[in-house]
Design a protein around this ligand. Structure first.
Ligand code: MIG
Length: 630
């Protein structure tokens, strides 16, 4: 059963798709589910028992069970996904309190600004949710109330709650089957020749490859929907040449439009009033890759249409896959934050001889704070049917609306189901328009563990076409880490090797044990029929593709606390190895299963195992796959 408790006049976020099963409820009724609502909805409090598990929050840090930490929904471009962080690129305000006594409650907070979740962090027995800045059409009534919809879902199991929630938010985006192929990416492939070399590298090593991603380097001066003519003299024939080799090219598409008079896209947008503006009606510049840029106001349908039509620049050339980046929106600096920083630097430079360390740290803080600055987010506005709304109050749905622009355009230009698009930033609702990748992770073993933790949460929120930068984006990977990473990524719908400019090159043909990588990639392809079927099943039946053991085996008290194994589809369980220098791991079997230690399609060992705890060997090139006993 789903109840909606409305506070004030919520802004339409596009998260909810079908509310025909929703009953309107009152704040006082929330108490029935153990939710105490305070300060007119600005605070929600839930008591937690020792054994209660809290699931959800989509793309977020920490474990499958979210207890013990604080999380903030406020989309951010932060490439350091470390334990001291609160926010990542997406805001997915759905949680399940899976109480051990059998009462399960799902909560969805449909609110496009800041939401803080203290999940047994400051008090281990209390889950406290606080809503940040209120959303208003104008500044005048600030502070009076908070405008949002709280959805309370109750059912006998977490599985059922997920089922009902997913029906509420509507069908997930369906990627074509070719999108389950393997893709190679790297920030720094500059030209057609660079890409030809990568394709050749894979072909020569007899490794399958279906996609090559083209990062921002393809653009002319980082201007959106342009190409560097020198590096891509004849893009259209290059796209066909790649197609002939079975390769899809996927360009990166950013939101920021270079503010350069004479650049046709900038001029058009300016003439038609398509950009976000400040209080005085001036375009608000933020600096991203092209330098000072204007942000399209994707909240406006006509802007989405306009920007979406620009994809023809690529689709006309035969391109059918894209990734949207920087759409939190990221900002490296603005004239305002740059000035603040330079002023601080000047102060320090004036008093070099008598400088106190505190003044130096302060200066460093201000310089560091130029990027993704809250003051900037509070300085520009969106034009909505509710009037002008300050960006920070709608911040979390900017990426969703950018993705929607591209997704709807591609359906129109190429026909529904024929293209691939995924985004970095998202909000629930974005799952109907595309997939997401989990952004700038690092070549850390702990980031293999992180994606394993993120997969079920993402699925709960409807994001099914998902995956991480395999081998790690930042920092230098190495052969063992790359292999362990791939051993998990062969199961994720998006299977892409991606890395940052300046890091150690990590195309799989560069390593020593090419044989092992080839076998793993071929194993991925052998798994595609099962994975794609499970993926479609998850879309059609509003289910998880990656299920925590505690949800798949709700009556098993031990399964509730397993953080490092996942069910994949109906009959498979994975137990990835995510530590360096180990030759096996502990695995808990919630039922009798057959364990396959797999090096490749025809190279595996098989052993029947009984329900319970096992230590299972897994050599560096071995994947552990468990299949339920019949
Ligand atoms: O500021 O386009 O997350 O995948 O390679 C960095 C360059 C911008 C961030 C993306 C990453 C991409 C990179 N981008």
């Amino acid at each position: 059963m789903i109840k909606r408790i409305r506070f004030g006049e919520p802004f339409f976020t596009d998260a909810v798709f079908d509310d025909s099963n929703v009953a309107e409820g009152k704040a006082a009724e929330a108490d029935d589910n153990g939710i105490i609502i305070k300060s007119d909805g600005k605070e929600l409090i839930i008591a937690l028992d020792k054994e209660d598990v809290v699931y959800g929050l989509g793309q977020s840090l920490h474990g499958i069970n979210k207890r013990g930490f604080t999380y903030i929904s406020y989309n951010t471009d932060d490439p350091h996904h470390n334990e001291d962080k609160y926010s990542l690129y997406g805001s997915h305000n759905f949680i399940i309190v899976d109480r051990v006594d059998g009462k399960k409650t799902g909560l969805f907070i449909d609110y496009p600004s800041k939401v803080i979740y203290d999940i047994g962090d400051s008090d281990k027995d209390v889950l406290k949710i606080t809503l940040g800045e209120p959303v208003y059409p104008d500044d005048e009534i600030e502070g009076k109330t908070v405008n949002y919809d709280l959805y309370v879902i109750t059912a006998e199991s977490s599985e059922k709650i997920i089922n009902e929630f997913r029906a509420l938010i509507g069908p997930s985006y369906k990627a074509p089957q070719w999108a389950f192929g393997f893709g190679q990416s790297r920030w720094g492939y500059m030209s057609e020749d660079d890409i030809r070399r990568v394709v050749k590298g894979y072909k020569d090593s007899d490794m399958p490859l279906d996609m090559v991603y083209v990062d921002i380097d393809y653009m002319d001066d980082y201007k959106v929907f342009t190409l560097n003519q020198e590096n891509y003299p004849d893009f259209k024939s290059f796209v066909s040449e790649m197609k002939e080799q079975g390769i899809h090219l996927l360009p990166n598409v950013d939101p920021g439009v270079k503010m350069e008079e004479g650049f046709d896209i900038y001029d058009e947008g300016k003439k038609n009033d398509y950009y976000c503006k400040d209080k005085d009606g001036e375009i608000y510049p933020i600096a991203v890759w092209p330098g000072l840029s204007a942000l399209p106001d994707f909240m406006k349908p006509e802007v989405r249409k306009w920007y979406g039509d620009k994809y023809r620049f690529f689709t006309d050339a035969g391109v059918d896959g894209f990734w949207n980046d920087m759409n939190e929106p990221a900002s490296f600096y603005s004239p305002k934050t740059l000035k603040n920083a330079l002023d601080e630097v000047a102060k320090v430079s004036e008093k070099q001889d008598s400088l106190k360390l505190q003044e130096l740290w302060n200066m460093i803080g201000v310089v560091d704070g130029m990027a993704h600055n809250d003051e900037d987010y509070q300085s520009f506005y969106h034009e909505t049917d509710r009037g002008l709304i300050r960006h920070d109050r709608l911040h979390n749905i900017y990426g969703l609306n950018m993705l929607k622009a591209g997704s709807e355009a591609l359906d129109e230009q190429l026909g529904k189901g024929n293209s691939l698009i995924f985004s970095r930033s998202s909000y629930i609702g974005a799952h109907r328009y595309g997939g997401i990748w989990t952004g700038d992770n690092c070549s850390f073993y702990s980031h293999i563990e992180l994606i394993m933790h993120q997969l079920p949460g993402l699925n709960m929120c409807g994001f099914l076409y998902v995956g991480a930068d395999t081998c790690g984006f930042g920092f230098d990977t190495n052969e063992d880490l790359a292999m362990r990473f791939l051993e998990l990524s062969i199961f994720t719908p998006l299977c892409r090797n991606h890395s940052a400019l300046g890091t150690r090159e990590q195309e799989f043909y560069r390593f020593k044990n090419i044989d092992a990588f080839r076998k793993l990639l071929k194993l991925r392809y052998a798994l595609i029929p099962y994975l794609y079927k499970s993926y479609l099943d998850s879309i059609e039946n509003n289910k998880l593709m990656f299920t925590p053991l505690g949800i798949a085996y709700p009556l098993d008290a031990e399964a509730r606390h397993i953080e490092d194994q996942l069910m994949v589809g109906e009959s498979v369980m994975i137990a990835p190895v995510y530590q360096a220098n180990v030759t096996g791991r502990h695995v808990y079997l919630p039922q009798d299963m057959t364990c396959y230690r797999v090096k490749g399609v025809e190279d595996y060992e098989e052993e029947n195992m009984i329900k319970g705890h096992h230590y299972v060997k897994a050599d560096i090139d071995e994947v552990l796959i468990f299949v339920k006993a019949k």
